[in-house]
Design a protein around this ligand. Sequence first.
Ligand code: NDP
Ligand code: PMR
Length: 375
Amino acid sequence: MALHAAALLPSAFSTHKEGKSSASLKDSCFFGVSLISDHVKADKREFSSRKSPVLRVQAVATAPTATPAASQGKKTIRKGTVIITGASSGLGLATAKALSESGKWHVVMACRDFLKAEKAAKSAGMAKESYTIMHLDLSSLDSVRQFVDNFKRSGRPLDVLVCNAAIYQPTAKEPSFTADGLLPDDMKESDYPSKRLIIVGSITGNTNTLAGNVPPKANLGDLRGLQGGLTGLNTSSMIDGGDFDGAKAYKDSKVCNMLTMQEFHRRYHEDTGITFASLYPGCIATTGLFREHIPLFRLLFPPFQKFITKGFVSEEESGKRLAQVVSDPSLTKSGVYWSWNKDSASFVNQLSEEASDAAKARKVWEVSEKLVGLS
Ligand code: NDP
Ligand code: PMR
């Protein structure tokens, strides 16, 4: 259950049962939806030159390329507009705050709990005119469509989209289901000098790391569960077709997020100039992500990360990192996965073999398209 973060992909996965949310696939779905909407259909020429932008997959880390327009630093004459899903807490909120404080961005906080988001923005001290809260519940395709509609009506350009929302349900005995999708066509129309689509990934989905080797390990297998629709109706709710495991579902979803980012890059970067990127922001052990974990875990996890693994980062620091991926003129490489070293300097990190498997990325994309009815 963790796909939220990817916002683009997941829609495909759990379209069938709405109501509950499974973290895993949410974020990723964004794009998919927009294709379904009327606007999108009308705009098919845009983003969908090669296939609908469902977002879900990846492509191998093709050689990362810099976006020329972006790196040449065209003069920005207006504030950028960035949509951040799940901006009501944790990393999303900290990023919204960092961008709003920069004075260069108008932040659209796409959140399922309007009041919570409003309170969060206020208590973070964000200037009123620097953000707009728009309702978005990634567990419902209808809500995603409605959000896309509302955003289009707002008349704002879409310059950067951050798929950040996620949930983690390590103690869940049963899977829950979700659906979603968003709007890349709009981004293609933006005249902003550096357009970006960012999907939050994680170290725990990468089995080429120590953290990624803590059981249960991410593994999408041959995607047979995904192909079965992940409906829970006489089919497996896990992408690899295995028994439900909440922690593994989260990690699998992160692999999908990172694959999706790469598939986007492969399909759309050259034609659109959009930068597609993913990142591991560090271990933000204090966020709401762990709210469903057992109390002992919640007690020990922050000190463990702070003093033992030293992977801990504060919410504020993680927000600055994601804000860099949104806005920093030196982070315009597309198709890459960003991480930060001990001195908080960014670098392009290597994804695991599975998370950089181009064939798998394509398959995740294609299966997802089918599941959300886009192909
Ligand atoms: P939080 O729980 O603090 O934030 C998650 C956000 O997602 C919340 O705003 C939450 O909304 C929102 N959200 C959840 N479900 C939905 C939904 N159905 N519709 C709309 N919004 C939803 O966790 P983090 O800040 O830690 O997580 C942010 C991202 O960072 C995630 O993608 C996570 O996977 C990733 N990440 C986190 C790490 C960490 O150590 N914490 C490490 C690596 C990656 P609400 O407030 O209403 O619950
Ligand atoms: Mg991990 C070496 C470092 C390291 C890092 C950077 C993380 C990040 N973790 C590391 C190591 C370990 N962890 C080790 C050695 C253990 C065994 C004791 C361990 C355990 C552990 C658990 C039980 N770690 C966890 C859990 C979770 O439930 C978290 C998780 O997997 O969520 C999916 C988690 C995490 N460790 C991290 C990070 C960033 C997480 C959670 C967030 C995420 O990946 O999005």
